[in-house]
Design a protein around this ligand. Structure first.
Ligand code: CA2
Length: 145
């Protein structure tokens, strides 16, 4: 395993508030799979990627994780959940780190309420994928590969 670590691409996936509820409520918006189920399939499909997964309902914890992985990983995929629309601090953290960040949203935030059209993250991210369900995370992995 140790010999392998130089070959693996390191990608961190961060999910923000309430995304721990995926697959349990609002299936019409967010689908019926839990993130753990989806993540198991993703790891199987991309054995050459060393993934870490972090979910928190706490803004500061997401910022701590961005700073932890943001100077050594090859890519970060973040769905900041509701913090997308409120958190200047998460946007600042993304601007402060070295690792490129792709923002993912399961739903199409532009087809929903007005307040979801504002993102403090998009301008700091390399790009944004939205509205394509959980598939968006895989598309972001493919971008980094
Ligand atoms: O579409 C997305 O991925 C969002 O980031 C999801 C956030 C929402 O505030 C953003 O505007 C768009 C909400 C995550 C809540 O996730 C739930 C999942 C299942 C049941 C209830 C909430």
């Amino acid at each position: 395993m140790a010999a392998n670590k130089y070959l693996l691409m390191r990608i961190a996936i961060l999910n923000g508030p309430n995304l721990n509820l995926l697959g349990t409520r609002e299936p019409e918006v967010y689908g019926n799979q839990t993130f753990d189920q989806y993540f198991a399939g993703l790891k199987e499909k991309y054995p050459a990627v060393a993934f870490t997964y972090f979910q928190s309902n706490v803004e500061g914890e997401l910022i701590n994780e961005l700073q932890r992985v943001g100077f050594s990983y090859d890519g970060i995929i973040i769905n900041p959940g509701g913090y997308t629309h409120t958190s200047v601090a998460i946007g600042d953290a993304i601007a402060a780190i070295k690792t490129p960040v792709v923002e993912v949203h399961i739903s199409n935030v532009h087809a929903r309420e007005e307040f979801r059209k504002i993102s403090h993250v998009s301008a700091r991210a390399k790009g944004t994928i939205m509205g394509l369900g959980l598939k968006g995370y895989e598309l972001a992995v493919n971008f980094f590969l």
